[in-house]
Write a protein that binds this ligand. Structure first.
Ligand code: HEC
Ligand code: HEC
Length: 368
């Protein structure tokens, strides 16, 4: 299924994926194979050999880092085959123990890979403690989860699959083995690893190549005249100055990769206290690139609009009656004029690239 032409608010998408979608799709890249940017086309182009095995077209190149983002850290080097398989696995509902829950069920691709519900149901039917964060620009993250308890993606993902999909990666690898198409992907991606390790590496490869960049603000910073309005330029001054946002959300990723208490106490959750008791109630600062594509905000999903999330901060996190002594001292109440408030909103919105929502891949049809 191709997505509709860019339109309306739903059209706010990851710059990367939008860029991929604009690549030519039907160019022959070898004997009848099509090198395209998503797994759907890969599956469509896969051919079955007489012996029942599947021949895959070459995996598309690893997505380029869009403008405005730093160079990729040296230890982030996924292969094209990992990313191609990871994309399919991310969207595959048969990965969930219930046969219907995929990674994409909670990390909604139409919402910048972020969660639309405060407590999404796991494949075991249990409510998750927290809202699913946006999976963008994690190539630069070192700690995973809202509390940062995951010290690396390699450790995080298998645990997370068990908790959210109710499946071990061993189990997932076994399931995939029943599909000739997935078997071909596993063989091509393995590089001598076990199927379970290949599954984990593919998911990680897909996750670290989801970028939010190439925003109007990046075009402005690169010198493109007229990329943003004067309100956005004034909003940058408010963001970094009077409103104090820049201290916790500094460019270029608009996160300090640290943990803070914002007075969100309605949903009982120790947050960072799980790792460091002195930081109970603190949560990881999300990056603001792509934030305008999200439907819910904060770890508890309590804010349902970008404006509400911004206003929460400006009120100094006092909205749920938290004792000010347990709110981060870097978050005092700030009073802006209506003009400044509008400019601030315009700036934060300008950190999200416009574009069509990314296409969902067509999944292999031979997985029982
Ligand atoms: C049932 C909903 C659900 C499903 C399914 C799910 N996730 Fe998540 N994901 C979450 C929630 C909730 C969190 C935050 C967890 C926390 O802070 O404790 C999260 C966090 C993450 C993080 C850490 C992000 C960060 O900023 O620290 C990654 C990476 C991730 N998920 C990837 C995946 C992948 C890959 C899959 C499929 C294998 C998946 N998720 C399936 C709900 C889900
Ligand atoms: C003291 C550090 C701090 C300051 C100052 C700060 N933030 Fe935040 N911001 C955070 C943290 C931490 C979170 C996540 C809180 C949570 O979910 O518990 C967050 C969350 C957000 C979110 C929600 C993102 C999402 O995906 O859930 C937005 C939007 C946001 N901040 C914008 C701003 C703006 C605009 C300002 C200035 C008015 C600002 N922040 C000032 C630390 C800060």
């Amino acid at each position: 299924m191709r997505s509709a032409a860019p339109s309306a608010p739903a059209a706010l998408a990851l710059a990367l994926l939008a860029a991929c979608s604009s690549k030519p799709r039907d160019k022959a890249a070898g004997a009848g194979a099509r090198a395209t940017a998503d797994g759907g086309a890969i599956d469509a182009a896969a051919t079955r050999r007489p012996d029942g095995t599947v021949a895959l077209p070459p995996a598309p190149p690893v997505p380029a880092t869009p403008p405005g983002l730093p160079p990729l850290p040296g230890d982030v080097a996924p292969t094209p085959a990992e990313v191609a398989l990871g994309e399919l696995l991310f969207h595959e509902p048969k990965l969930g123990a219930d046969g219907t829950t995929a990674c994409a069920s909670c990390h909604d691709p139409a919402r910048g890979l972020s969660g639309t519900e405060p407590h999404p149901a796991t494949a075991a039917g249990r409510p998750s403690l927290r809202r699913a964060p946006a999976l963008v620009n994690l190539a630069w993250a070192k700690e995973f989860g809202w509390d940062g308890r995951g010290a690396g993606l390699a450790g995080w993902l298998p645990n997370h699959a068990r908790g959210q999909l109710d499946r071990t990666v061993d189990d997932i690898a076994l399931t995939l083995g029943a599909s000739p198409t997935y078997r071909a992907h596993l063989a091509r991606t393995s590089a001598g690893r076990s199927d379970s390790d290949t599954v984990a590496a593919a998911l990680a490869g897909y996750v670290v190549t989801r970028f939010a960049g190439g925003s109007p603000w990046d075009a402005h910073e690169a010198g493109t005249a007229g990329a943003v309005g004067d309100d956005v330029i004034a909003g940058y001054q408010v963001f970094t100055g009077k409103a104090l946002c820049g201290s916790c959300h500094p460019p270029p990723l608009y996160t300090d990769h640290d943990f803070h208490r914002l007075g969100l106490i309605a949903s009982p959750d120790d947050g960072r206290g799980r790792v460091d008791p002195a930081q109970a109630g603190a949560f990881k600062t999300p990056g603001l690139r792509g934030a305008a594509s999200r439907a819910r905000f904060f770890h508890d999903g309590s804010a349902t609009s970008l404006d509400a999330a911004i206003d929460w901060h400006l009120a100094g996190g006092r909205g749920q009656g938290a004792d000010p002594s347990v709110i981060d001292p870097g978050l005092p109440p700030v009073t802006l004029t209506p003009t400044e408030r509008a400019q601030l909103g315009a700036f934060v919105a300008a950190l999200t690239a416009a574009g069509a929502a990314p296409a969902r891949p067509t999944l292999p049809s031979d997985l029982p």
